[in-house]
Design a protein around this ligand. Structure first.
Ligand code: AMP
Length: 492
């Protein structure tokens, strides 16, 4: 099927062709004709499938042919993150190259209200928004929702994960009942389906690609190393791979910062992206990465969700994601548009459960890779989520390599690592200090303890255990006249 068969306007076909798209993706083939007919759409599709164009292209043609009302936005696209919202706006700009009349605004947190309010005042056709900021703007009387006829709820599962669903439900309640709704989610658990049923009317249901299929074009691999060796293993892995540009995922924001500092210290051209950064620095960082000014981006899932970098060569999972779907999303950043991509994961022995979840979801094992200088450890079968990390083989037979690695790490790694190792080195040190001081104290103590054993007067007959009463001067009193007070000799 070609784009010409979808029923799009010549202007859109031209814009799409100039964007470099030759054929529509499955979600586009299935969604666009129905959306153009005015049908609701329920799409199970994840980022990387071309779903943005699947909801934007029909929106553009529908808006272009329907009547605009002064200061009344006619389409609303809800996105869970600012990054996604910005990306949708960028796609909108590309696709509306020949629809210059259509205007848009992005309403998202982390930026001042001023510019957004100005644009709303001038009038826009399409609002691309994160739920919280949209409600803020609505409550401040800056947005009119009564003209919205085309609603897109994108990444619904992520909205739910992020706790945005109550806001989304409130927003939907503010919109006209008669409208067209397109609802997309990477996964469709029951609670999402229930919401979809509430928001949509007789939708065309489309499920493109099982969550595992985005990974088909990506070479995957996994090494199992000790938690403390991960940074060094990652550096080693990067050195042995031909990395043009890479996203490096951590599970937690604070780990993003720690790994970023470590990588920087080791001379990598790296930047970081996490939710605690203000919008300005996030946008700037993404620009730098897009433009190739930095080669690697250490990031968290939420910050990098939907981050679309053409021709990304690598994805590294510094942590095994705790949510199996995140694995698919992460590795789906690479291997796009038929280009080869490589995705490697550093697991620890206690990641058993998470890795099992992933292999179950993608329907196959992640091939084991060998990171030079590191033995692959075994998964800990008894490990549970959040359980303690143990590395059985390290403790036993395979102790040589780890020991070498450990000392190397202590010497070279960054502050947090050296803090850690310093701590672990301090322990024995402080333990020996304790031991030392107790050694110093011991003689005093023992001296005190021995004091009773060193009586000032000689012990007679019964050694250390002379009963006290025997020391009493009884005899002296009994025989006052026979002696001159002289003690009887021991021979008596
Ligand atoms: P999305 O899933 O919407 O985030 O899109 C992922 C990437 O695929 C984006 O970089 C789009 O520009 C690109 N894309 C969307 N549709 C097509 C298409 N039909 N052919 C080639 N690339 C596309």
């Amino acid at each position: 099927m070609s784009f010409d068969d979808l029923g799009l306007s010549p202007e859109l076909l031209k814009a799409v062709q100039e964007a470099g798209y030759t054929n529509p993706t499955p979600i586009q083939q299935n969604a666009i004709p129905y959306a153009l007919m005015g049908r609701d759409v329920l799409g199970t599709a994840q980022t990387g499938t071309g779903k943005t164009a699947a909801f934007l292209l029909p929106a553009i043609d529908i808006l272009d042919t329907s009547k605009a009302k002064a200061r009344m936005p006619r389409a609303l696209i809800l996105e869970p993150t600012r990054e996604l919202a910005i990306q949708v706006e960028e796609a909108f700009d590309v696709y509306t190259k020949y629809h210059q009349k259509l205007s848009t605004v992005v309403l998202m947190g982390g930026v001042s209200y001023g510019d957004q309010d100005q644009r709303l005042l001038r009038g826009v056709d399409v609002i691309i928004a994160t739920p919280g900021r949209l409600l803020d703007s609505f409550e401040r009387g800056r947005v009119m929702m009564s003209g919205i006829k085309y609603l897109v709820i994108d990444e619904a599962d992520r909205m739910m994960d992020m706790g945005f669903m109550p806001d989304v439900e409130r927003i939907v309640g503010l919109l006209p009942k008669i409208r067209q709704t397109l609802f997309f989610s990477a996964t469709m658990p029951n609670e999402i389906k229930r919401l979809a049923d509430a928001f949509l009317t007789n939708p065309k249901e489309i499920a493109v690609s099982a969550p595992s299929s985005a990974a088909e074009t990506v070479t995957q691999g996994m090494a199992v190393v000790d938690e403390r060796d991960k940074r060094e293993a990652l550096r080693q892995l990067i050195k042995t791979e031909e990395v043009r540009n890479a996203l490096i995922f951590c599970n937690r924001k604070r780990d993003v910062a720690v790994l970023y500092r470590s990588m920087k210290k080791h001379g990598f051209n790296v930047a970081q992206l996490h939710g605690d950064m203000d919008q300005g620095s996030r946008t700037e960082t993404m620009e730098m990465f897009r433009e190739g000014k930095v080669d690697m981006l250490v990031c968290s899932d939420v910050a990098a969700r939907g981050l679309d970098i053409q021709g990304l060569s690598h994805v590294f999972n510094f942590d095994v994601p705790m949510n199996a779907e995140d694995y698919v999303h992460r590795i789906g950043r690479t291997g796009r548009a038929g280009l080869p991509g490589r995705a490697f994961t550093l697991a620890t022995p206690s990641d058993t459960k998470f890795v099992q979840d992933i292999t179950k979801l993608i329907g196959r094992d992640i091939p084991e890779i060998q990171v030079e200088g590191f033995e692959n450890l075994e998964f800990d079968d008894s490990a549970r989520r959040g359980g303690r990390r143990r590395s059985p083989r390290r403790d036993t037979a395979k102790s040589d390599t780890p020991r070498r690695t450990k000392s190397k790490r202590t010497a070279n790694d960054d502050k947090p690592a050296s803090k850690k190792s310093a701590k672990s080195e301090e322990k024995p040190a402080s333990a020996s200090k304790k031991a030392e001081s107790s050694q110093k104290r011991r003689p005093k103590t023992s001296k005190k303890k021995n004091e009773p054993r060193e009586p000032r007067e000689p012990v007679m007959g019964m050694g250390d255990h002379t009963p006290a009463f025997l020391s009493l001067p009884i005899r002296r009193r009994q025989k006052p006249t026979r002696s001159s007070g002289k003690e009887p000799s021991s021979a008596e």
